[in-house]
Design a protein around this ligand. Structure first.
Ligand SMILES: [Zn+2]
Length: 248
């Protein structure tokens, strides 16, 4: 049973302190993965983190900002300012109900305003309410360093996301049409044109190296990392002393 399966009275009784908010996107993921890939991953990661931490799991928010994936049908986005204000409002609703901590699990690399929002929330709400932020793109490089992923080229629909999907929702993956593609331009070039200008298939990485077993290990590692890192972040925030007028 996850937090969202409980009644409001049960949630009151458990007096949960931590709210887990996974963030996803509905966007093209090459020819071999569904547009809901990030949402599947966000739900699975959120559930694992909730199992290990006992926190209140909010269902993963499916839609965010992914304008860089425009060019084919099926990607759904909103403007950055609308998303910023929506997420801020959601976090404040958790604070108002007495949650002391929120953990954002960002499972789509393109939510660039999450960082500024986390700063704003902590600057205005500490110490009563603390927000920790885990970006799955940082986990990608750790998976490579630890040898759990074979490739260091993952940005989108490559070895890591495809392995995760082979573990979480194999019926949605079509490996017969998976093709590797590593663009020649750096990631920042997504500011200057759609991903399809950098990669004709919309893949950025090496999905042919994917395997379900790897996906299982990746999910386990990502969940444990999210919990350990968020504990370090909450501990860091808790130990701060007031500087002048500021708790930030
Ligand atoms: Zn993705």
């Amino acid at each position: 049973m996850y937090g969202y399966d409980l009644s409001a009275d049960e949630i009151m009784c458990k007096n949960m302190e931590l709210a887990i908010v996974p963030l996803a996107s509905i966007e093209q993921h090459g020819t071999h993965l569904p547009v809901a890939t990030d949402w599947y991953i966000a739900m699975a990661l959120g559930k694992k983190v909730a199992e290990l931490s006992g926190g209140f799991l909010v269902p993963a928010l499916p839609i965010s900002t992914c304008r860089e994936h425009m060019g084919k049908k099926g990607s759904v986005w909103m403007d950055h300012d609308i998303y910023y204000n929506m997420l801020k409002s959601i976090l404040l609703s958790l604070k108002e109900q007495g949650f002391g901590k929120a953990l954002l699990l960002q499972c789509h690399g393109g939510i660039f305003m999450a960082g500024p929002l986390v700063r704003q929330m902590n600057a205005t709400c500490n110490p009563d309410f603390m927000v920790a932020f885990i970006d799955i793109c940082n986990v990608f490089s750790l998976l490579y360093e630890k040898g759990i992923a074979e490739t260091s080229t993952e940005l989108h629909a490559g070895e890591i996301e495809t392995s995760l999907m082979l573990h979480i929702a194999p019926e949605t993956v079509n490996m017969a049409v998976a093709e590797d593609f590593v663009p020649e331009v750096p990631r920042a070039y997504l500011n200057y044109g759609s991903i399809f200008r950098a990669s004709p298939t919309g893949v950025w990485g090496e999905p042919t190296k994917a395997a379900a077993e790897k996906g299982k290990a990746m999910l386990e590692f990502a969940a444990r990392y999210a919990i350990e890192e968020s504990e370090r972040i909450f501990d860091y925030i808790s130990r701060k002393e007031k500087i002048g007028y500021s708790d930030f």
